[in-house]
Design a protein around this ligand. Structure first.
Ligand SMILES: *Cc1c(COP(=O)(O)O)cnc(C)c1O
Length: 340
C-alpha cells in the first residue's frame, strides 16, 4: 500500500469519474464547440453566482490570466508574501503582467482590510498604480488556514471602496466553504474573479476554472489563447470537473477529519516541536531540533509513506480523496515503529 501525502494533486480518477469522462460529448473548444466544457463553465459560474467562466489546464494559468486581465503594465498588486501567485508561480506577475507586487506579511497567508488600505500608492508619477488585491483561500503555505465569511466580505469592501479589483485564488476554496458551511453563491459576488482548482481535493486529473463577469471572461479567453492554453477536445477532462463539482465537495470534510487524526498520531510521538492548527486538509509541523525532518521523510519513504520536508525542519502532509481510513490506520502503525 502506497500512502501519498505529498499533495492533494496526486489523486487519480475514481471508476465513476472515469466513466463520466468516457461518456463525455466533445468538440473543438477553441471554436467554443465542446459541450462538456461549455457545461462545466456554466455549472461553475452558476454555483458562484458569476456570469461566465473559462476552463484552463492549471490554476497557475487561471491566476496569471486573471492578473493579466485586471492589470496594465506599471500597475501594482497587493498580495500576501507566501501566497501562490507570488511564491509559487515563477515570477509570473512580473513576467506576464509587467506589474509590481506589494507584499504583505500576513497571518498564515491571510491579510486584513488595513493591509489593503495602508498599502495603496498615492496617484502620482513616482508610484506604480495600485490596481488589484489577490487573496488565497484556503492558504496553502498557511497550512490550509481560511477566511471566515465576514473577513472575505470586509476585504472585498475595502478593495472596492478604494477602486481596486479583487481576485480570489480559490484553488482550495471548497475546503473553506465546507468548513464554514457557506455556499459558493454567497462569496462569488464579493470577488471580481475567482480561480478554482478541480485537480486538488476535488479529485480531477487536470483542470481549473476562472470565473468573472462576461467582459472579463471574454478578455481572459484571448489571454488564454496567447498563453497557449486554448485546448481542443478537452471535454473528456471537463467531464471529470462536472463530476467533481456534483459529487466530491461535501466529502472534503472527511479529508479534514483525517488530517486532524494524523495530527493526533504525530502529537503522541514526542518528536513534534509545534504543529500548525489543522483547519482543513493540510498539516504542517516542525520537529524538535534533535530530530531531523529529512530523516523522518526518508524513514517514512522506506515504508511507502510519502510527504515533503518544506525547510526549517518542518514537514507538510496533505490529505485527499485517495487517502483512506485504512491508510490512516497503517500510518499510525508505521509511525509507532519508527525510531528517529
Ligand atoms: C495548487 C495551487 C494553485 C495552482 O496550481 P497548478 O498546479 O498550477 O494547478 C494555485 N493556488 C494555490 C493556492 C494552489 O495551492
Amino acid at each position: 500500500m502506497i500512502i501519498d501525502l505529498r499533495s492533494d494533486t496526486v489523486t487519480k480518477p475514481t471508476p465513476a469519474m472515469m466513466q463520466a469522462m468516457m461518456n463525455a460529448k466533445v468538440g473543438d473548444d477553441v471554436f467554443g464547440e465542446d459541450p462538456s466544457i461549455n457545461e462545466l463553465e456554466d455549472l461553475a459560474a452558476n454555483m458562484f453566482g458569476k456570469e461566465a467562466a473559462i476552463y484552463c489546464p492549471t490554476g497557475t494559468m487561471t491566476n496569471q490570466i486573471a492578473i493579466k486581465t485586471h492589470t496594465q503594465p506599471m500597475d501594482e498588486v497587493i498580495v500576501e508574501k507566501s501566497n501562490h501567485v507570488y511564491f509559487y508561480e515563477s515570477g509570473g506577475i512580473a513576467y506576464h503582467s509587467l506589474s509590481s507586487v506589494r507584499l504583505i506579511n500576513g497571518d498564515r497567508g491571510r491579510i486584513k482590510p488595513s493591509d489593503i488600505s495602508e498599502n495603496i500608492n498615492p496617484d502620482n508619477i513616482h508610484h506604480p498604480k495600485t490596481r488589484l488585491v489577490v487573496i488565497e483561500n484556503t492558504a496553502n503555505r498557511g497550512g490550509g488556514s481560511y477566511y471566515q465569511l465576514n473577513e472575505m466580505k470586509a476585504l472585498s469592501e475595502t478593495a472596492h471602496n478604494n477602486n481596486l479589483k479583487i481576485h480570489l485564488d480559490g484553488a482550495r476554496v471548497f475546503n473553506c466553504l465546507v468548513e464554514i458551511n457557506v455556499s459558493p453563491k454567497e462569496i462569488g459576488p464579493m470577488f471580481d474573479s475567482v480561480s478554482v482548482c478541480l485537480s486538488k481535493g476535488l479529485g480531477c486529473p487536470v483542470g481549473s476554472v476562472l470565473l468573472g463577469d462576461k467582459s472579463f471572461i471574454a478578455s481572459a479567453r484571448k489571454y488564454r489563447k496567447v498563453f497557449g492554453g486554448g485546448m481542443r477536445q478537452a471535454g473528456f477532462l471537463a467531464a471529470a470537473g462536472i463530476y467533481a463539482l456534483q459529487n466530491n465537495i461535501q466529502r472534503l470534510k472527511e479529508d479534514h477529519k483525517r488530517a486532524k487524526s494524523l495530527a493526533e498520531i504525530l502529537n503522541k510521538t514526542g518528536w513534534i516541536e509545534s504543529l500548525m492548527a489543522v483547519d482543513t486538509n493540510i498539516l504542517i509541523f516542525k520537529l524538535k531540533p534533535e530530530f531531523k525532518a529529512e530523516l523522518l521523510v526518508e524513514k517514512l519513504k522506506e515504508n511507502n509513506i510519502f510527504c515533503f520536508a518544506i525547510g526549517g525542519n518542518s514537514i507538510r502532509m496533505v490529505t485527499h480523496l485517495d487517502f483512506t481510513d485504512e491508510m490512516l490506520n497503517k500510518f499510525s502503525e508505521i509511525i509507532s515503529k519508527i525510531k528517529l
